[in-house]
Unconditional design. Sequence first.
Length: 290
Amino acid sequence: MKILLTGSGGQLAQELEPILLSVGEVIAGDRTLLDLSQPDSIRQLMGEIKPDLVINCAAYTAVDKAESEPELANAVNGIAPGILAEECEKLGATLIHISTDYVFSGSQGYPYCETDSTNPLGVYGKSKLAGEFSIQEASDRHIIIRTAWVYGNGGKGNFVKTMLRLGKDREEIRVVADQIGSPTWTGDLAAAISQITSCIKPEIFGTYHYTNSGVASWYDFAIAIFEEAKQLGFPLKVQRVIPIATPEYPTPAKRPAYSVLSSAKISAVLGNHPPHWREGLRKMLAREAK
């Protein structure tokens, strides 16, 4: 099997690439190989590589910056996935595409299922939802995986790495306590995606949710990060984590207050339930400590 893995510089693709080597030949590309803002370059590369499977981990992920760059966000997140799906359809290939909890408004108050109504609050969420629609219109041969609060050892940065950096230098850190979700470690998400690649068939095409199990606020997550990091001997100066409300930390983009996703559907396909988020955090930090 020939696999095109996009977004190779990002934290999820970095986790996925070594796992996929046991599945088939992997062509991993970052922006220099595949610029998703340029439709012609997507078509050209797909024609040259002729993959059997495309795993699209690439995205415009700067949630706040997207508010001032809607055209670029939509080009990468909204239009490009549809072109990938079109090319997959021509080749008889399958597209696995990574989407987000930000397609929901966060007003529901209980875990979102795949069939629940979408209503993104900002440009980023709207662009990601547009990408889902463009894929669905272009090809049936797709698996869309919505995930949330993703962090890992690779990539440029994430909430865990930010907390470790701040905790090393500051005694007090203020963290939002009224946004609720499920922190998701790239190690567990990558393992689930790899498992899906081994059972691709028409019956499983469609949209899925995958996050680690359990729920937390960003404040809960920060507390857990520092508790686990201290046990592993990370050099931390932080003494107090102060819970704050969303209005106390204003951002250009509005975020969903509650974006817990139900993983029941994908659990039935995989035959197992996602590990608890705290287990994933522990494994990530153990790696980071080495």
